[in-house]
Design a protein around this ligand. Structure first.
Ligand SMILES: CC(C)(COP(=O)(O)OP(=O)(O)OC[C@H]1O[C@@H](n2cnc3c(N)ncnc32)[C@H](O)[C@@H]1OP(=O)(O)O)[C@@H](O)C(=O)NCCC(=O)NCCS
Length: 149
């Protein structure tokens, strides 16, 4: 299947909220997602399988930093490379908005995402104790967004 990265539309926000609720311990609500999606400094991109949302990624650009809000792949579409591709294929969008690097926080227990990020060339900068509301530590992760020059 030829996946095409697309900007999220308003009708993607309910399935994104449903996926957030299914996979995250501290999910964003649909209202929070709507408020973020409406901001000019926030970008949400998706992969769709026909009408069905397969994966999404949201980030917020502040100066040179594209801060990862969250990304997830629907469990039915995992292990097809979408979680990796969505981060890579959004890089030119983040770069066009002025970002020079991605920055994110990943739960120390999220081995799958940490492995994916390592493979994509992200660095683990350090651990922030009790970053998440439930007390789990975060690994702060960073990746240079290359210019393509
Ligand atoms: C983390 C997450 C986004 C990964 O999504 P994904 O679409 O499955 O990611 P990928 O397919 O790129 O990679 C996942 C694994 O599948 C493997 N894979 C990728 N393409 C594959 C293929 N064609 N065939 C078989 N395996 C494949 C990768 O090698 C990787 O395996 P590894 O962990 O053993 O190295 C997904 O598990 C998820 O939504 N988790 C919950 C939310 C979350 O933690 N988000 C990140 C924090 S914000």
């Amino acid at each position: 299947m030829a996946w095409r990265l697309e900007p999220a539309r308003p009708d993607d926000l309910a399935p994104i909220a449903a996926l957030e609720a299914a996979v995250f311990r501290e999910p964003l609500s649909q209202a929070e997602l709507e408020a973020l999606w409406a901001r000019p400094d926030v970008t949400y991109v998706v992969f769709r399988d026909g009408p069905r949302l397969a994966a999404y990624f949201g980030f917020q650009v502040t100066g040179p930093t594209a801060h990862v809000i969250s990304n997830a792949t629907d469990p039915a579409y995992r292990r097809r490379g979408l979680g990796s591709r969505i981060l890579r294929e959004a890089e030119p969008l983040a770069r066009a908005k002025g970002a020079r690097w991605y920055l994110g926080e990943v739960r120390v227990s999220n081995a799958e995402q940490r492995r994916i990020l390592a493979r994509l060339g992200w660095s683990e900068l350090g651990v922030c104790p009790r970053f998440f509301r439930d007390g789990e530590d975060a690994v702060v992760v960073w990746r240079l967004i290359e210019d393509g020059r």
